[in-house]
Write a protein that binds this ligand. Sequence first.
Ligand code: ZN
Length: 142
Amino acid sequence: MYKLEIHGKTFAASHSDSLIKGEPLHGHNYRPIVLIEHDKLTDGMVIDFRIVKKLLNEITAEFDHKVLLGKKDVKEIKGETVVCHSNYSVPKKDAVLLDEDYAMCELLAQRVYRKLEKKLPKFKKLEVKIWETEYGAASFSE
Ligand SMILES: [Zn+2]
């Protein structure tokens, strides 16, 4: 089995997990990684690293320098302002309104995985891991 580990660009984003853990709005420098396992080579490669890296960076670019908001973070949207349950408001242009309930690392990894799997060939295993801090990461695979 061949195993690839391809690192994408770090992206800076903020989120709030006040509804779950009581933490205020804060930021992370997230580091996304794609892990691929496959048993066949084409021209000596599983896939060109550059293809995966480019796709990964395109997908995660939407998060960079944004406030990530899950459905449950949002109280209401007033025109161009997103009002959150935790008594702060964010200009809509500075936010990413996620389809997921929470802006947690596990769900970001799943979101990136879903977008990536549509654009890559089928491998034995595809996994997306996102490091949130230097000591904690979440990953998603099927
Ligand atoms: Zn956090």
